[in-house]
Every structure is written in structure tokens, then in C-alpha cells.
Design a protein around this ligand. Structure first.
Ligand code: URA
Length: 439
């Protein structure tokens, strides 16, 4: 095949065959197609789009571009969750051990944070000693023994995605639903997942800020996952404000432990985090046949939180992956920032807006996130909200506490946070956390 002809074909708006797509992925991974040619093809895709059939072929070709896991010999449904990313989204830390405590096998391969959104690996690595670079053998053994493992994508898992994603991020071609869908699903299928629950975020802190774009991505993910043989459901959820109260790696681990332990962290928050985690986990149980319906699934999930089995599974995972399990009883053993600063409300009122994107950008300025892949993180940095949207606050009361080290750009963080926070005199209308479901 001649790649130039495939670029021409896509440029003209025609659909490529499954064979052509398989060939181009194989040839690119083998180094037979130059980056500049692949960049041209990606830009043609960016403008002409991919059909569901082309996206399914791309997903399949990318999945088998490296090693794939098969956990058929481990009993129990292999179930995972993926979120399109947001601010304060620490659901995976709670959901993975919780789902395992309810009978799922959760082979979770996660990513790092980039830009204003956080990444699960960075959060886990805030736990002293915790290792995410699991070998395939260690990953398998851990799933067999405790039903949950959370690790990083290795060099040989979906190498096509690793190379294509890098190129897309350098050529303004990330934001195409077919390419996003193939990137997400290929990694999930390669890690051995059979059942997948997707959390597509919408709002200022999300990848898809507008609801109609989130719809398009949700529909595409659902169709292609189904065509690829996964059992899948998709929730579209709010990311206009951060999820929970904490933003920043160690702070988010502490909040996750508080939710798992049903411990009151002293703030009237984390309710949205807990609700969404329960809903997504219940969806995992229903879809994988471990519960007859959503109501029964929710009861099972809440029981696993109440009886401590989810927390025990989290502790076992931390211990197994080299982390210090004492953090579960004493979150003070997590990395702590050197300094803190309280921000106070300028008037009495109700919180109208807590802009997730601006709060995520403030997190970067404090040292909790990165703008480049090699930016070092301060694991103790971040912020803790004291109120959420719709709640009342009195003049001079603290609405956020910032945690930072000497390298933080405090002025930038405060400017972002002041722009993120606004008050109104009357209680604003409630915004739904879960906006829609597919199917
Ligand atoms: N997350 C992914 O894994 N891939 C994309 O293309 C976008 C978000």
C-alpha cells in the first residue's frame, strides 16, 4: 500500500477500509511511515472525521500493536472505569478497591496528569513507597490475589497509542472523537477489560466543555466499545466545579481514604465524590452481572463501604504495591506542604461558581500539576475547598486553603482562584451531577 494514497483518500472525505487502517497502524509502529506523513493523515482525520467502522478498525489495530493481557483464567468479571479527566477527580482511587471488594477484577492502567487535569498515577505516587511500574507478571499475580491492580502503561502495551498520542499533542489533532475513542478503548481492551464504565465529563474543567460535544464523544465511545465486543455504559457528568473538596495529589489521596473509611474530614463536602463513585461502581456491578439491577448494585456497594471491606482492599493494594499502609489510619503521614494560606469570602452569599478549569490552573501554579511531561510535582501541594457550589458562606469565612512549597507561584494561584470564585445573594439552582446515561 502507498500511504500517500491513504492521506489523499481521507483528505477527500472517503472512508478507509479495515485492511487499510490495520496496515497504516502496523507500518507506523514499525517505523515505515514518517511522523510528518502521519501528521498529515491525522489532520485529514481531524477535518473529515472517522466513521464508527473506521474507529473500530483503528481501535482493533492499535490494541494489537503490542502485548495484550488475557485474564480469562482469573475468576470474576474483568471490569474497569475510565474518566475523560477533570479537576479533583480521584474516583478511581476509591472505585477500584471498592469494585474489587464487590467481586469485580479490576486491571486498571492509568495515566498522569497534564495541564489543568490531574492523573491517577500522580495521586497514587504521592503515597510513600507506592510503585506503579508493575511488571506484567506482578500485575497478574496481584489481580489473582486481591482482584485489583493499578499501574502505568508499559512500553509494550499499545505502543501505537503512545506514538500517535505524542504526535497528536504536537500537531493540534487531539480533539477528534474517533481518535480519542480509539486511544481510550485500545488501552482498555489491551489491559484485559471485558466490561467498561465510562465517565465523560462536561463543563469548564473538562476536555469536552460543551454538553453537545460530550454527547458526541459519549455516543461514539458507546458504539465503538460495543462494536469492539465490550459491555459498556457511559455516564455524562458535571465538571463545572471540582469533584470533592481536595485538588492536589496527597490531598486527594487523603480525601479518598476519608470517603473509603466513611470518615468525616471536617468539611461539609465530598458528597458529590461519594455519590459519583457509588453510581459508577454500581454500574460496573450491574453491567458485569454481579447485581440484578442498579438498586441492588448500589446496596452492595454501600455495604462494602460500611463494613470496611473496600478500605481493607485499598490497604491491601497499597501494601502490595510497596506503599506505606499506615497512611490509611494516619493521613498525616502523606507528604505535607510547607506552607498554607486561607482565602476568605468578601461578602455574605451563596457560592454561584467554582470554575474547575481556573482551580486546576491554580493547582499547577501551586506545584500540584504540570504543563510539560517532565515538570516535577510537589506531592503535598494543592488546595482544599471549604464550600461547594450552592452552599452559603459568611463574609470573611475561609472558602479555600492553599498548600504550597517555596517553588510555588502563589500570586498566580491566588489570581486564578479569585477569578474562579463568585457569590450571589440568593441560593442558585441546583446543577445535576449526573447529566445523562448511555445506553
Ligand atoms: N485520553 C486518552 O487516553 N486519549 C485521548 O486521545 C484523549 C484522552
Amino acid at each position: 500500500m502507498v500511504f500517500l494514497e491513504l492521506i489523499e483518500k481521507k483528505k477527500g472525505g472517503a472512508a478507509l477500509s479495515a485492511e487499510e487502517i490495520r496496515w497504516l497502524v502496523d507500518a507506523y509502529v514499525a517505523g515505515e511511515i514518517a511522523d510528518f506523513q502521519m501528521a498529515a493523515w491525522l489532520m485529514a482525520v481531524r477535518w473529515q472525521g472517522l466513521s464508527d467502522e473506521e474507529t473500530t478498525a483503528l481501535t482493533g489495530a492499535m490494541t494489537v500493536s503490542g502485548i495484550t493481557f488475557d485474564f480469562a483464567d482469573i475468576s470474576g468479571p474483568k471490569v474497569d472505569k475510565h474518566s475523560t479527566g477533570g479537576v479533583g477527580d480521584k474516583v478511581s482511587l476509591i472505585l477500584a478497591p471498592l469494585a474489587a471488594a464487590c467481586g469485580c477484577v479490576v486491571p486498571m492502567v492509568s495515566g498522569r496528569g497534564l495541564g489543568h487535569t490531574g492523573g491517577t498515577l500522580d495521586k497514587l505516587e504521592a503515597i510513600p513507597g507506592f510503585r506503579t511500574d508493575l511488571t506484567a507478571a506482578a500485575f497478574r499475580a496481584q489481580l489473582t490475589d486481591i482482584g485489583v491492580a493499578m499501574g502505568a502503561q508499559t512500553e509494550d502495551l499499545v505502543p501505537a497509542d503512545r506514538r500517535l498520542y505524542e504526535l497528536r499533542s504536537l500537531t493540534a489533532t487531539v480533539d477528534e472523537t474517533g481518535l480519542i475513542t480509539a486511544s481510550i478503548l485500545s488501552k482498555k481492551i489491551a489491559e484485559g477489560t471485558e466490561v467498561l464504565v465510562l465517565d465523560v465529563k462536561t463543563g469548564s474543567g473538562a476536555f469536552m466543555q460543551r454538553l453537545e460535544d460530550a454527547h458526541r464523544l459519549a455516543d461514539r465511545l458507546h458504539s465503538v466499545a460495543t462494536l469492539s465486543g465490550l459491555r459498556c455504559s457511559v455516564l455524562i457528568t458535571d465538571m463545572e466545579q471540582p469533584l470533592g473538596m481536595a485538588v492536589g495529589n496527597a490531598l486527594e489521596v487523603a480525601e479518598s481514604i476519608d470517603v473509603l473509611a466513611r470518615r468525616d474530614p471536617g468539611f461539609a463536602g465530598s458528597a458529590d465524590l461519594e455519590t459519583l463513585t457509588i453510581e459508577l461502581t454500581a454500574e460496573m456491578l450491574t453491567l458485569s452481572g454481579l447485581a440484578p439491577d442498579t438498586r441492588a448494585a448500589r446496596d452492595t456497594v454501600v455495604a462494602a463501604l460500611d463494613d470496611g471491606s473496600a478500605l481493607r482492599r485499598f490497604t491491601a493494594m497499597v501494601e502490595r504495591q510497596g506503599g506505606d499502609p499506615r497512611i490509611v489510619d494516619d493521613t498525616g503521614l502523606l507528604p505535607q506542604a510547607a506552607q498554607s494560606l486561607d482565602l476568605a469570602a468578601g461578602a455574605d452569599g451563596y457560592v454561584a461558581h467554582l470554575d474547575a478549569r481556573l482551580i486546576g490552573e491554580a493547582g499547577i501554579a501551586l506545584g500540584a500539576g504540570r504543563t510539560r511531561r517532565d515538570t516535577p510535582l510537589d506531592p503535598g501541594a494543592g488546595l482544599r475547598l471549604h464550600v461547594k457550589r450552592g452552599q452559603p458562606i459568611a463574609r470573611d469565612a475561609t472558602w479555600a486553603t492553599l498548600y504550597h512549597g517555596p517553588g510555588a507561584d502563589l500570586e498566580r494561584a491566588v489570581t486564578k482562584l479569585e477569578a474562579a470564585f463568585s457569590l450571589v445573594p440568593d441560593k442558585p439552582e441546583e446543577v445535576h451531577l449526573i447529566k445523562e446515561r448511555r445506553p
